[in-house]
Design a protein around this ligand. Structure first.
Ligand SMILES: CC(C)(COP(=O)(O)OP(=O)(O)OC[C@H]1O[C@@H](n2cnc3c(N)ncnc32)[C@H](O)[C@@H]1OP(=O)(O)O)[C@@H](O)C(=O)NCCC(=O)NCCS
Length: 299
């Protein structure tokens, strides 16, 4: 993309988000054009465009980000568009060579969770990895509340149970915590402790007869294209395996979302891996609707 192309690319990105939002009201169509213009023109990474008869028919952008010990290329919901899938495939091939040369090992892409968009990326060899879901916070959430379940804010003394529940969550997501080295385990626990004790986060636990059997964390979702500004993010939801299918997660999430609503939030988002069947069933039973899907391909 050259500087004179930027308006055409912005127009395409805008149309992409607007069409995602038209098919799913949980996607925010509002778009800060100036912020994206500055981001595209100021980025060290190029935006790739496909031009046909003087018209731009596809665009592709990815930021190169370090995470989990490797460099990866990340494309957000506004980072790609195509009138024709073949044009996008060409851009992906060009860009992949560039990303690989820059040291990236994977390309991750977020696209709207519609069949059309997911299929477009799958057809290019990408594998669907996780789903982002959202719901509107409403007033009528407390269903079938059980008095013997007590939800409270977590305290420092809950950290050992929190580590255990986090490992159960990792296992459910397909990771194997027992294969970690002691130093990896220490680093993960340190990060988790910082997350749980961060006063900007709301870490809740659910007790049955004085025993902590579940936890979750909520925090203000970072500003993201496609998400509404007043969104709380729900994370770390895990129920001890001996206490599942008894309405524990439902009651804990009801409580967390009711606190979020009292704090003025209007929407909630969460994320789950497609391989985690229990989680997918729970989130859809709870009322979350898929908004975006993350796909990936090795470079
Ligand atoms: C996903 C998880 C949090 C659900 O917790 P839970 O306390 O068992 O869920 P609930 O009992 O509140 O379930 C509420 C509804 O969700 C659905 N549901 C939950 N687990 C389900 C399962 N394993 N199979 C089918 N439906 C399920 C059901 O509709 C259920 O209602 P029902 O029992 O009346 O049919 C729990 O399985 C867990 O901790 N898994 C490991 C960690 C994890 O994957 N966390 C989510 C990360 S994104």
């Amino acid at each position: 993309m050259l500087a004179p192309d930027v308006d055409a690319v912005l127009e395409r990105a805008h149309r992409q988000i607007a069409s995602d939002a038209a098919s799913n009201p949980l996607i925010n169509p509002t778009f800060d054009v100036d912020a994206l213009r500055n981001a595209l023109l100021g980025s060290p990474e190029p935006t790739w465009v496909f031009e046909r008869d003087g018209e731009i028919t596809a665009h592709l952008y990815a930021a190169l980000l370090q995470g989990g010990g490797e460099l990866a290329a990340w494309t957000g919901p506004d980072g790609s568009s195509a009138d024709d899938n073949g044009d996008l495939t060409t851009l992906v091939e060009f860009a992949s060579t560039h990303w690989r040369d820059r040291g990236a090992r994977h390309h991750f892409v977020w696209c709207s969770a519609t069949h059309e968009h997911v299929t477009r990326w799958r057809d290019m060899g990408y594998t669907a990895f996780s789903t982002r879901g959202a719901l509107v916070l409403s007033r009528e959430r407390a269903r079938g509340r059980r008095n013997e379940y007590v939800v409270r804010r977590a305290e420092r003394r809950d950290l050992p149970v929190a580590y255990d529940l986090d490992e159960q969550l990792d296992r459910a997501q397909g990771d194997a915590p027992e294969r970690r080295t002691p130093s990896e385990r220490r680093a993960i626990r340190r990060d988790l402790r910082d997350t749980l004790l961060d006063p900007d986060n709301n870490h809740l636990v659910l007790e049955i007869e004085g025993r902590v059997v579940a936890q979750c964390v909520t925090f203000r979702a970072p500003a993201r294209r496609g998400s509404y500004p007043n969104t709380v993010f729900l994370s770390e939801v895990a129920v001890d395996h001996d206490f599942r299918r008894r309405g524990v997660a439902r009651q804990l999430v009801d409580h967390a979302l009711s606190l979020a609503r009292d704090d003025g939030f209007e929407f909630c988002e969460t994320q789950w891996r497609l391989s985690n069947r229990e989680a997918a069933l729970f989130w859809s039973a709870y009322g979350f609707t898929a908004t975006y899907q993350r796909l990936q391909r090795a470079l």
